[in-house]
Write a protein that binds this ligand. Structure first.
Ligand code: FES
Length: 105
């Protein structure tokens, strides 16, 4: 199978102060070597939509503050590499502050 140069990230978006309900936005992400989910989110925030909210802390897989669901499975955004289209959304039992920025209930 041919390696993709651009993948699609379907990303949960929700601003409780503006949106009536959550929705998904699809972003094209140019693959630049080995990229993790957090790299893709950072690409969108720096190049497409600076309002995208998500958590960055240690980036080493230690703090576990970047837990999200990737294609339905709980994963750390900072250590999960992607090479194909994927969906990223908050964990099920978290309160959404905005987009992927959440707090435990
Ligand atoms: S940012 Fe700390 S585990 Fe991902």
């Amino acid at each position: 199978m041919e390696k993709k140069e651009i993948i699609k990230m379907s990303c949960f978006r929700f601003d409780p102060e503006k949106d009536e309900k959550p929705h998904f936005e699809v972003y094209d992400i140019p693959l630049n070597g080995a990229m993790c989910v957090q790299d893709c989110l950072t690409y969108v925030r720096e190049n497409v939509d600076p309002s995208l909210a998500f958590f960055i802390n240690c980036r080493l897989g230690f703090c576990r503050r970047c837990l999200v669901r990737i294609n339905g499975k709980s994963c750390l955004a900072c250590t999960t590499e992607v090479q194909d289209d994927f969906t990223v959304e908050p964990l099920l039992k978290e309160k959404v502050i905005r987009d992927l920025w959440c707090e435990s209930l």
